[in-house]
Design a protein around this ligand. Sequence first.
Ligand SMILES: O=C(CO)[C@H](O)[C@H](O)COP(=O)(O)O
Length: 226
Amino acid sequence: MTQDELKLAVAKAAIDYVVDGEIIGVGTGSTANFFIDELGKIKHRIKGAVASSEATAERLRSHGITVFDLNEVETMPVYIDGADEINAGGAMIKGGGAALTREKIVASVAQKFVCIADGSKLVDVLGKFPLPVEVIPMSHAVVARKLAALGGEPRLRLNKNGDGQPLVTDNGCYIIDVLGLAITDPADIEDKINNIVGVVTNGLFARQGANVCLLGTADGVKKLEF
Ligand SMILES: O=C(CO)[C@H](O)[C@H](O)COP(=O)(O)O
């Protein structure tokens, strides 16, 4: 099976977690996009969605799904999103698509986080995937030095235009990708990085990890519960 077929399989399986008549939180990325397309087919069953990025909001609307402002929503039963890495305890690295802060905010008001991912995302130790950190632009060099002091190799993420300029997130911020961090204690690293002044948040989801992971494998969709 191709990676896209695995992503589609988990996106279809995630439809079982959609609660009729409710608002659903929706993540960002290629796996989330497969899920949005499946959600479009059952849009009559839900009240609407909260999006974790402008791109996701646009795709939801293209299917005729109502997108709610998070400030109008007190809670929601489920948030569904992909991950760059997930470990056996449900802790994740997210933010490969630069949407980590909004993803963390939307997930924080959901009762359940359902991670959908192809099998390659399951790892023993988090950190092979560079850890994304969203930062206030004026502080990026200051924060980078502090990330280096923690043992990582910080790289400012550039946009894809090829003009050498930093990528700007939906929040008007920059992303620093940190290579080479040994993340043996994800919650500790999450806290340490979030305590650096100038950091908006980082892509470790250990304090609010997944409750369920639907993992796409050649043998079918495997369900992990945490
Ligand atoms: O955190 C994310 C975006 O900020 C994505 O969930 C993560 O990057 C996985 O993406 P994909 O489903 O394309 O592999």
